[in-house]
Design a protein around this ligand. Structure first.
Ligand code: NAP
Ligand code: HSE
Length: 441
């Protein structure tokens, strides 16, 4: 049987997962793809570090360059993370015409356009299934299985760490920091956890999905992003009472009649922000480290992809699928079957956030006295914003208490302006909380 050697650059959570899964299922994979896969090198920073799997010392090395240049290595798997050494790893391998598999969405978000170009110029594969939504095969689904569709709606819960934190806050009201530590212990969080919490990791993934789905490169600077750091247990409880759950939602939707701006080419909303989702919607039931991507295609209709969005084994599964693709592509001795990313929609654009039309949840701390509501309602009316419902819990007469307003569709810029005006009213204390509401129409 044909055999190929693999260099795994990075022996941490995912790297150990890939090594272990190949030990467990390598024979099965060989039978399925007609190629035996052997791990020749696992590159790490510290050889003596304790790892979750036993890797023979002759396989472990700290020299990534020699591992990639080893003439016996045909496939390179980049799993070190970050955007500096990882970029050099990927570029070095591609220039040697060795196919690269990466789970590194931060790298692809920052340098994907040039790396995909490099892969195309060298006619070698660059595979990245594990970079989006962990074990869910969403990249292949969009590029291959749904290639005959225009995508009318894509919504995703794309960060396992944030979903784990929000769900735990929902069920037990547990402190944010403790749940984050737990997510880190479980290997879900990025080395730099602010990438998760601030929504940047989900933004990297949303940009990749948007680019594949709509055929133009969506750079990170075009994507509106908000993290979950400002979400309090109070918001989670009010959302629950109003019939919603809060999730960090990526929205990748062409703006049609919902946008106040008409354009010859549909502009795409690409955003990542905490969002109130009706409890009856399937995405509201996505809990813990699970991710889900809801895709509506004009031919296929509604589809839903669901699975573990982070963690050792789920991510290893996605990496192995790419290793198999790379092995099959090498066996076919043709250039990479498909370019890693195929741009075809020049002139398309991302709609600026201020022009996006949405419903909103607004939570204010107000002085509970006659006339307060009238002042707030006056500002909203002057801005042309409608209120769909108001909740003001009893028991705060004369003191300060919460006031929740559910706000009808309006452009985000107008809502933000109105919120600023409201925050300046004497009867309003502290910073207003504004969270998007999505009804998936
Ligand atoms: P990790 O646990 O921090 O592992 C990183 C590994 O890379 C470690 O083995 C480290 O060596 C090694 N390394 C780092 N810099 C190096 C360098 N300059 N030279 C040689 N080795 C180096 O990270 P991870 O969680 O496995 O994540 C790896 C990648 O997968 C990241 O891009 C991440 O975004 C992505 N990803 C992770 C998950 C997940 O659930 N964790 C899911 C999807 C995608 P030492 O062990 O000696 O420190
Ligand atoms: N830190 C990421 C997450 C890993 O929590 O989703 C998977 O990409």
């Amino acid at each position: 049987m044909r055999a190929l050697n693999v260099a795994i650059i990075g022996g941490g959570t995912v790297g150990c997962g890939v090594y272990q899964a190949l030990q467990r299922n390598g024979t099965l994979m060989a039978a399925r793809i007609g190629t035996a896969l052997k791990v020749r090198h696992v590159v790490v920073r510290k050889k003596r570090k304790r790892r979750s799997v036993a890797i023979p010392s002759e396989v472990l090395t700290t020299d990534w360059e020699s591992a990639i240049r080893d003439p016996e290595v045909q496939i390179v798997v980049e799993l070190i993370g970050g955007t500096t050494t990882a970029r050099r790893v990927v570029e070095t391998a591609l220039r040697l015409k060795k196919p690269v598999i990466t789970a590194n969405k931060a790298l692809l978000s920052a340098h994907g356009k040039s790396l995909f170009g490099l892969a195309a110029r060298h006619q070698v594969g660059l595979y990245y299934e594990a970079s989006v939504a962990g074990g869910i095969p969403i990249i292949k689904a969009l590029r291959e299985s749904l290639v005959g569709n225009r995508f009318t709606q894509i919504y995703g819960i794309l960060n396992g760490t944030c979903n784990y934190i929000l769900t735990r806050m929902e069920s037990g009201g547990e402190p944010f920091d403790e749940v984050l530590l737990d997510a880190q212990r479980r290997g879900y969080a990025e080395a730099e956890a602010s990438l998760d919490i601030d929504g940047l990791d989900a933004m990297h993934k949303a940009g990749l999905i948007a680019s594949i789905a709509h055929g133009f490169w969506v750079p990170p600077r075009a994507i509106h992003v908000e993290g979950i750091g400002g979400i309090s247990v109070l918001d989670i409880e009010f959302a629950e009472k109003l019939g919603y759950r809060i999730r960090l939602l990526a929205t990748i939707c062409p703006c049609g009649e919902r946008s106040s701006v008409s354009a010859s080419k549909p502009r795409i909303q690409v955003s990542v922000c905490p969002t109130l989702i009706p409890k009856s919607h399937v995405l509201a039931s996505v809990n813990g480290v699970f991710n889900a991507v809801y895709v509506n295609g004009d031919v296929v209709g509604e589809t839903l992809f669901y699975g573990q969005g982070a963690g050792q084994d789920a991510t290893a599964s996605a990496v192995l699928s790419d290793v198999a693709d790379a092995a099959l592509d090498l066996a076919s001795s043709s250039p990479a079957r498909v370019a890693p990313f195929q741009p075809y929609a020049s002139g398309s654009d991302v709609i600026p956030w201020k022009e996006v039309v949405s419903e909103y949840y607004m939570r204010l701390s107000v002085v509970d006295k006659p006339g307060t509501m009238a002042q707030i309602a006056t500002v909203l009316a002057e801005e042309g914003i409608g209120i769909s419902s108001i909740v003001q819990p009893e028991g705060h007469e004369g003191g300060i208490g919460p006031l929740i307003l559910m706000i009808h569709d309006a452009t985000t810029g107008i809502i933000q302006h109105a919120t600023k005006r409201i925050s300046r009213l004497k009867v309003v204390k502290g910073k207003p909380q504004l969270i998007r509401v999505e009804h998936f129409h």
